[in-house]
Write a protein that binds this ligand. Structure first.
Ligand code: ADQ
Length: 515
């Protein structure tokens, strides 16, 4: 069979991946096709132990959801927060030094629910004060290229059977730029293991200086625009896109948006080629089973759509925590990384309108220093009506979703967004920009309020619609009831991943058969 014929077969198979359940043909190649596949997730965050945003949530929830069908294990860096988490770590393997990347040990951590996490242990690279990507002041670690190339190469070493671990993955699933070199090393080392690369945020590309290629064992042949070169630099994100057998992103709408100049961050042309070949798809994120307002132990009081009394208890708690005066007006929440993407500057622009109409705002977030300062200044401008906490606290975030009436999410772009899904479940109606996954998950006028332009004027209209609905309790409750009934649990989102894995493994089987 010619390469073109193999590709055509693979493409056919991949296209089947996204056919609705009722019409999807059953793929049967061999009896092993039906058994659990070994999948290694490579990710820089894992919400159980360390998280800066939605990638951490997905890395914790998706393997567990897929674990019902496959043997999914994680590989994460051994950050101080991981090594000191209290979960026992047993040393099970080792990878050798390569170019400028040091040798590391591999530990195994068994989470209480049985999820197996491999930890790349290398104190000189990972055990530091600060976050996954930077120091306590938010400055990127200068050796991030080595830190995350080392992670990616370790994944390829495990897949190659070079890590002294008897478990060898049949498929590699890498997430965002820190794991972008996983498909690349797998290809450069001649592995037949297929790889999936998931883009959670195209805005972060992992750009590195071209001169680092020797340190990172990147072949010169990869340093051109068809592979990982990006305007004179090397892009770890582009490497993931270039070398993965299939690229996914986290909503159908964003999968389309990133092929346009407006959202493509200079990679839209490259992504259009992938899309034309059927090698780019959008699979919307889910949320994990813990997001149930009646049973969430983090809340001050539980509630559900038939009895919302507990919501008021959480609202009173949030008002108190943020220094807001008691009020019968609407409570707006912001739970967000404080970065340009999230449009916090737009929220600063509508704050006065909210306060003038009797509303209050509670903000929790951390990120860029000037945005942190701006939210502090906003709170100082409206004492008792706007409160801001700069920091990261999952408990408080959950109580804010539970206590607020509306969630403000005016993102400039949003690959999927989990915050709006959490808010919907907890009866807080999103006021959000019609972009990416927000457009896919919020129903305008039914479960939230969408606006089109990334401008204060457009946003203000949506905010005023929300305030208006708040004046009509029956209407508000009808919207809340519908929002709280939305089901975004992973159990419903894993089918496309499952189909994709099977398609790629089938493709490899066909190629192995004919070579
Ligand atoms: N200060 C704080 N304290 C406590 N919790 C906080 C917090 N700030 C944020 N969070 C939490 O972080 C998560 C944010 O997730 P999102 O998916 O909404 O956005 P993020 O941009 O981080 O994720 C990226 O990856 C995800 C996953 O694919 C995509 O959904 C998204 O569009 C993309 O931008 C939520 O769990 C939220 O509650």
């Amino acid at each position: 069979m010619s390469n073109a014929a193999v590709n055509a077969l693979a493409l056919n198979t991949l296209q089947r991946t996204f056919v609705p359940r009722s019409t999807r043909p059953i793929l049967k190649v061999s009896s092993t096709q039906d058994s659990k596949k070994k999948v290694l997730f490579v990710t820089p965050e894992f919400a159980d132990l360390i998280k800066t945003g939605g990638l951490g949530d997905v890395s914790a929830a998706l393997p567990r959801a897929l674990g019902k069908r496959h043997d999914v294990r994680l590989l994460i860096p051994g950050y101080a927060q991981v090594m000191n988490s209290g979960h026992p770590i047993r040393m099970v393997g080792r990878v050798e030094a390569d170019a400028g990347m040091p040798a590391c040990r591999i530990g195994r951590m068994d989470m209480p629910d049985g999820l197996i996490v491999y930890v790349l242990v290398c104190p000189e690279l990972y055990e530091r004060d600060g976050g996954p990507y930077g120091d306590p002041h938010g400055r990127d670690w200068p050796d991030n290229p080595v830190r995350f190339a080392r992670l990616s190469l370790a994944a390829a070493d495990i897949a190659a059977g070079h890590a002294a671990i008897s478990w060898i993955p049949e498929l590699l699933h890498a997430h965002d730029w820190p794991a972008g070199l996983v498909p690349a090393y797998a290809r450069w080392r001649g592995l037949s293991t297929p790889s999936v690369f998931t883009i959670h945020n195209l805005g972060y590309q992992g750009l590195i200086d071209m001169s680092l290629r020797h340190t990172l064992a990147i072949p010169d042949s990869a340093c051109h625009m068809e592979e990982m070169e990006f305007y004179g630099q090397l892009s770890l994100l582009k490497a993931g896109i270039a070398y993965a057998d299939h690229v996914t992103t986290v909503s159908a709408n964003y999968a389309h948006e990133i092929t346009t100049p407006e959202f493509g961050y200079g990679l839209d042309g490259f992504l259009r080629v992938k899309a034309r070949k059927g090698l780019l798809s959008g699979i919307v994120n889910g949320i994990d089973d813990s997001w149930v307002p009646r049973s969430d132990p983090h809340l001050i009081a539980g509630f559900d759509r038939n009895d919302l009394s507990g919501k008021a208890v959480n609202a009173a708690y949030v008002r108190d925590l943020f220094g807001l005066e008691p009020s019968s007006g609407p409570l707006f929440a912001v739970v967000s990384r404080l970065v340009h993407q999230k449009g916090i500057d737009l929220t600063l622009g509508v704050a006065e309108t909210i306060v003038e109409h009797g509303g209050q705002i509670a903000i929790i977030g951390c990120g860029e220093e000037h945005i942190e300062q701006a939210v502090h200044d906003l709170a100082a401008r409206f004492p008792g009506q706007v409160g801001a906490h700069v920091g990261f606290c999952e408990n408080e975030a959950r109580r804010m979703y539970a206590g607020s009436d509306f969630l403000l999410m005016p993102s400039r772009y949003e690959p999927c967004g989990l915050s709006q899904m959490y808010a919907l479940r907890y009866g807080s109606l999103p006021v959000a920009r019609r972009t990416g996954g927000l457009a896919d998950t919020v129903e305008d006028g039914l479960t939230g309020f969408l606006f089109d332009e990334p401008s204060v004027a457009s946003y203000r209209k949506a905010v005023l619609r929300a305030i208006n609905v708040y004046r009509y309790p029956d209407l508000l409750n009808a919207m809340r009831t519908r929002a709280m009934a939305t089901e975004f649990f992973w159990a419903q989102s894993i089918e496309p991943y499952d189909q994709l894995y099977h398609s790629l493994l089938l493709q490899r089987q066909v190629i192995a058969h004919i070579v």
